[in-house]
Structure formats: C-alpha cells, structure tokens
Design a protein around this ligand. Sequence first.
Ligand code: SF4
Length: 402
Amino acid sequence: MPRWFGRTRSAAPPRAPGPSRAKLRIGIPRVLNLWSTHQFWVGFFAELGVESRRLIFSSDTSEEQGRQFGKGRGTVDCCYPVKCIAGHYGELIFGQREKLDILFSPMIYNLPSFLSGHVARTLTCPRVMAAPENIKAGFMKERDVFAEQGIRYAAPFVSLDEPRLVPKQLWEGLGGVIPGLTAEETAGAVAAGYRALTEFNARLRRKGREVLEWCARENRGCLMVLARPYHMDPGIGHEIEVDLQAYGYPVLWTQYFPIDDDLMQWAFGPDIRAGRIKSPFDIRDVWPSSYSSNTNEILWGAKAAARMPWVTCVVRLASYECGMDQPTYTPVQQIVERSGTLFFSFQDLDSTKPAGSVKIRVETIAHYLEKYAGDIIEKKKAAMGPGCPLLPRAAEASLTGV
Ligand code: SF4
C-alpha cells in the first residue's frame, strides 16, 4: 500500500525549483476530498518545483487536535468532517516547528470520478465546497491570524472534473501566491497532477482486484466499505473496518473497487442487455438524481457489492447530520440486502468513537460472517451468470459443468 499522502512513484518527478520557490513551505489540511485527490496535489506541486518534504499535510483528525488547535475557532457548521477542519488549520498555523509560507485549501467544486460521463454530475457536497471559506472565518473573526503569522492563504475554486478549466482556475488562484507562476507551467503541473492521480487510483484498483481474485480462488468472503473518502480518516470513520479486518476479512473500499472491463461486463452485462442501464457505471436504475459525486459512488458501490459473490458483507459509514447521506440509507440497504449480502450501518459518527457499541457490533458482524459467509457466497454465485473473470478457468469450468 503506498503512503497515502506521500509522493508516490506515480507523482511527477521533482523539477529543479526556481530560486524563489526553493524554500517554500506549503501546508495542506488533510480533510474532506483531499482524501481522494491528494495525489493530484502532490503531483501538481512537485511539477512546480516544490520539494515533497516541504509539502506538509496536517495529521489525521483527532479530538486532541481539535482541542489544542481549533478551540474557539468554530464556525456555523454542525457536520463533524467540516467542523474538525478548524483543528487542521490551527495545527498547520501554530503547530509547526518551521513556519509555513502558504496554507493551501482548495475549494473543490466537482470531482474526477470514475462514474464521470455516466451520471448527471459529479459535484461535491455544498458544505465541502464552501468549507475553506467557512473555516477561514474562524481565523479572521477577531484579527487576521494568517497575516499575523506571515502565512498566505490560498483557496482556489477548482473544478477537478473539468480538466480544461483547471489550469486557468489554478493559475488565477495561485498567481499571486507562488512566485513567478506562469499559465504555461500551471498547465504542465495540472497535467502532471492528473497523471499522478490516475496512476495511483489504477494501482489501488489493481490491488483490489488481487484481493477479489484471492477470495474467488479460496472461496473466502471479504467486506466492502460504503462511505465517503474522508471516512478513511481514523478520526472520522474511527477505523471500524480495521477492527473487522483484525478478524481476518479483507476490506475493499468502493472508491478503489476494480473496474476492469471484463469484470464490469460480467457483473453488469445482463442489466445493459436488458436496457435497464446504458453502461456498467450508469446508476439511473437506483439513483436517478445522480448529481453528487461521492453519493453516486456509494450507490454504485452498493450495486457492485450486491453482484460480487465474495463480497459477503457491506459496512456503511456515515457522519452525524449528513444531509447528503440520509436519503441514501434505504436504497443502499435494500440493494445490498436483496442480494443476500449482510449489511451493517454505522450512522451518526461524530468526534468520539462509540467504542463500546462498535466493539459489540464488530463481534456481531464477525459472528454472522463466520456462520453465513459460505452460504452467502454460494447463493450469490448461483444468482450470477457463468464466466466470472475472477475465477481460475478450472474452477469456473467445474462450477458450470463445461
Ligand atoms: S457529505 Fe455529509 S458528511 Fe460530508 S460534508 Fe456534506 S454533510 Fe458533511
């Protein structure tokens, strides 16, 4: 597994920094959709000559971080993934041994989803998009903390699912912040960012396929997490899936589920031929108002989990007061349960891990998996057509009698 927020081999190789950028330190809050787009930013800044060790991501979210750095900076949002950002800003501003020059917190309007082109839109939640302005207010309400600390605040509006707009948006948003930035090199850095992100995502999907192939070969079950990318943050998702993994079940996240054409045609081909959907990534059959990117991916993940025999259990994570998730609870649960897959939901997650109830529920899930996983796999295999590309040929032949 690559280091999540580090520079990976897929990120652009560093260029020799221009003299005025050589010592630039850029802080980025490790929040919200940075959890799914970090490699774009790592590749982007590397191409601009910013050294990776000078690109500082804040720590994972924690109550301690909020208490130490975000206290008294709260603004109007009641959703914890947004509220906690004050702690990340505070840590970047006050908690560094060496001061930052720039605090970079992009206002991401839409996301480069693998469902793009198959759904209505790939927008971010409005709370997510507005969060950088919202949180900034907590550091400006009495006096301008950024100015006091000599830190430039940059929150460019960026449409990551519209690559042709991005160079202009970032050049305009960073022109006065990164010394000597030209439109041409911004375009080159944006291209490097997309390359890094695409390669990173492809690598994790290959890993996901390896996991599924292992499950198919061994006839063993795995779990799938349906959640927003920032539920990977231990302080937001509370590592519930890690507790389950400790029982020996591999865990897949929707965002990195394999999407190879052979697998997609096997899983969704019958629905396409029946005219219910137009492509494997079309979700109109279950979610016609497909505007929100992360919501779309959760709905698609439910469909994919329902079709994959070795996904024996789905774990749904959602944060307290999430208005985007609330309308999806019933459809997601129905899609998963109708396929015979176990479904467990942890809703209303907030700052504190409900450790006692999580422990009891994790034990319950492990018990059900041990008892029923074998039956679930057989039932789901019987419901799907032959030719699963995850199965070794010999096993597939013995299954189908060919
Ligand atoms: S999608 Fe939900 S959890 Fe995420 S920022 Fe919006 S309201 Fe909060």
